[in-house]
Design a protein around this ligand. Structure first.
Ligand code: MV4
Length: 484
């Protein structure tokens, strides 16, 4: 890592997060460089930056994922640091290593920390050694079906096979008995080999009806690590988060401190630097178990910023510039209730099918406690190459019920025409009794909003495909529903 002071930051991303990072840069007096693909010529992040460099064609592999083009853009523009945002190269240890070796600063943890958390079985072993509760199961990779069967007998069925190279729900398989385990082991292993180039699996007991609770941390280069409480991200559909909130409606101050301490211990174990998120599965009795660590700033970071009155992206940049974090952990208490909904260019009435297109009209909500993160504008055409998230709507209020009321009002004001969005679906979630009660789990969407088969639309033909899919890697929600 070079010791030259940083004056210019290249943002290796697009969309709302690129804008979010550039705003933080500007507040810190840092110049910004945007990179963009040919499909993003009219994107807002290009106009927003002090300088911009076109790095290739629309497909991400030829632009936002291409190390060489991004490094070259940093070199021609004289940027001293690269902020990866989320997605794309944010958790690519090889990229972080190349950035370092080119004398540039990667805004994030070391390549070693990224690598140690990227291997999910290794991450779990690291956390366990650091005293963080983990889910009963194999110690590392299961070498054979016989191995898996023995461990499954020990911990009890149902069990779940997970790809060590997976994460975010990819490459998982639930097995309810030894027959399913035998079939599942070979299928999951070859699936993981095909999808990730690594067939290794580990095994865990299934936590039934879990809550997805994640802890935000921030660490500086001097070994100071702080946590900023939790986010409840249980409201997901096929491992895509739809709504996030903090504080979690099931959390207590005592358990928050325990989870925060566990997350901090895990961060110390890998000499973590920067923003990170430690994901836990939590049962109704608030027993919590480490699941994965995300070594990046996350989509849902704004709710933590709102609730804790902090600027996590500015902190990332400060830490990367070698500054010391001067928080006092005891002061880091949630001051607000905050909720985020993701506005996706998807048709909720058509299996959430991505629906890019031209935005013909746009009105964004505002007012007290309302924040909108977006990079769209009226007249903008959403390119088909990237994620379907086009905006995030974040509200904060003194209490959870006031935050829900504020979200309802803001959703009512939010108008996007020309494309379908998830906005009307979010209004239904805000009116849902289980959401209002705060008793929801990761099964919420499957239970409260089961897909409506429309025979008129030929869904009868699609049905077998969907079931085949459901019985492979995406079956966790369904299995738990049956168990519940
Ligand atoms: C589990 C689980 C139950 N038991 N592991 C899904 C994403 C990936 N990070 C891990 N996931 C799960 N792992 C055990 N031992 C249930 C899930 C899970 C889930 C977790 C968080 C949020 C939503 C979820 C939806 C389905 C399954």
């Amino acid at each position: 890592m070079s010791n030259q002071p940083i004056t210019k930051v290249l943002v290796a991303n697009r969309g709302e997060i690129a804008l979010r990072v550039m705003r933080a840069c500007r507040e810190l007096g840092l110049k910004t460089v945007a990179v963009y693909s040919q499909a993003d010529r009219d994107a807002l992040h290009v106009r927003f930056a002090d300088e911009d460099v076109c790095i290739g064609p629309g497909p991400a592999k030829e632009s936002y994922l291409d190390f060489k083009r991004i490094i070259a853009a940093a070199e021609v523009s004289g940027a001293g640091a690269i902020h990866p945002g989320y997605g794309f190269l944010a958790e690519n240890a090889d990229f972080a290593e190349v950035v370092d070796s080119c004398g540039l600063r990667f805004v994030g943890p070391s390549p070693d920390a990224i690598r140690r958390m990227g291997d999910k079985a290794r991450a779990k072993a690291t956390m366990k050694a650091a005293g963080v509760p983990t889910i009963p199961g194999s110690d590392g990779v299961v070498g054979s079906f016989e191995d898996a069967s023995r461990i499954a007998d020990e911990v009890g069925y149902p069990v779940i096979l997970k790809a060590v190279a997976g994460g975010g729900g990819k490459g998982m398989r639930i097995c309810r008995d030894v027959a399913e385990l035998e079939r599942g082991y070979s299928l999951a292993s070859s699936e993981a080999g095909n999808a990730f180039g690594n067939p290794d699996l580990y095994l865990e007991k299934v936590i039934v009806n879990p809550h997805h609770i994640e802890v935000q941390i921030m660490a500086d280069q001097f070994g100071n690590v702080f946590h900023f409480g939790e986010r409840d991200c249980s409201i997901q559909r096929r491992h895509q988060k739809l709504v996030e909130e903090t504080p979690s409606p099931i959390m207590t101050a005592e358990v928050r401190e325990k989870m925060g301490a566990a997350a901090i211990a895990g961060a110390h174990a890998v000499d973590y630097v920067g923003a990170g998120t430690v994901e836990f599965l939590c049962d109704d009795n608030l027993n919590f178990y480490f699941m994965e660590m995300n070594t990046r700033i996350q989509v849902e970071h704004p709710i933590t910023e709102e609730a804790y009155e902090v600027d996590l992206v500015k902190d990332q940049l400060r830490v990367a510039m070698g500054e010391r974090l001067d928080y006092h952990q005891a002061d880091l208490v949630p001051k607000w209730a905050a909720i985020e909904v993701r506005v996706n260019a998807e048709d909720p009435d058509n299996d959430f099918r991505p629906a890019p297109g031209k935005i013909t009209g746009l009105h964004v909500p505002g007012g007290l406690g309302v924040r909108v993160e977006k990079a769209i504008y009226s007249g903008y055409s959403i390119p088909p190459f990237y994620d379907s998230m086009v905006s995030k709507l974040i509200v904060r209020a003194r209490t959870r019920s006031e935050a829900i009321a504020r979200m309802r009002g803001a959703l009512g004001e939010f108008v996007v025409t020309g494309i379908p969005t998830t906005l009307p679906f979010h209004q239904k979630i805000m009116d849902n009794p289980a959401f209002i009660a705060g008793t929801y789990t990761t099964n919420f969407i499957a239970e409260q909003f089961p897909p409506t088969g429309s025979p008129a639309n030929g869904l009868t033909l699609k049905r077998p495909t969907e079931e085949a899919e459901a019985s492979s890697t995406e079956s966790v929600a369904e299995v738990k529903e049956t168990n519940a």
